[in-house]
Ligand binder design. Structure first.
Ligand code: IMP
Ligand code: MG
Length: 178
């Protein structure tokens, strides 16, 4: 499929699944090397991250446990700038090596919120991994250690990401047509 229509809006193919797979594999290799001999807690930010998490976790070879949080900041095609916590952390991260995993970083509001939340638990270390990043919008507000792919400031769907609830199941990533 080279185009899809969601809520009457057209999206065109931007990143095929083969490239997504390769990008996640590279991130996992870096993570495995950096955390060799250590224990890792992955904190995944739902909903969008579910496909990235499933693919990434299968490639992690160090001891890893999973925590999920559910946050919401997007409505339609833009960030509201206001992050809502719908499901929080259920276990302590004190003294742990934490890796926050995101599907996409746009303004960085969600990341800033989750980093504050994680840091309030006194972890031993905190890093971030994201499949996609929009550098023109994010402007390096914080260091993001593991970055899959940088994309232009376009609204994207697929591989977990949605347009008002639709498109999450698509195995490739599509960008909104201008
Ligand atoms: P931020 O807080 O602006 O960095 O946006 C982060 C969250 O908004 C991501 O975790 C996504 O869930 C969602 N988001 C940001 N950009 C897009 C996009 O282009 N398509 C779909 N969701 C997005
Ligand atoms: Mg997300």
């Amino acid at each position: 499929m080279s185009t899809v229509v969601l809520h009457e809006k057209e999206f065109e193919l931007m990143i095929p699944k083969s490239e997504i797979k390769e990008s996640i594999k590279k991130m996992a290799e870096q993570i495995n090397a950096d955390y060799d001999g250590k224990e890792l807690v992955v904190v995944g930010v739902l909903d969008g991250v579910f496909m990235v998490l499933a693919a990434l976790m299968k490639k992690i070879t160090v001891n890893v446990s999973l925590e999920l949080v559910k946050l919401k900041s997007y409505e339609g095609q833009s960030s509201t700038g206001n992050v809502k916590k719908l499901l929080g952390l259920t276990s302590s991260l004190e003294g742990k090596n934490v890796l926050v995993v995101e599907d996409i970083i746009d303004t960085g509001h969600t990341l800033s919120y989750i980093l504050d939340l994680v840091n309030s638990h006194q972890p031993a270390s905190v890093e971030t991994a994201t499949l996609l990043i929009k550098p023109d919008v994010f402007q390096d507000k914080f260091p993001v250690r593991y970055q899959g792919m940088a994309i232009p400031n376009k609204f994207v769907v697929g591989f977990g990401m949605d347009y008002d609830g639709q498109g999450r199941q698509l195995p490739d990533i599509y960008a909104a047509k201008e």
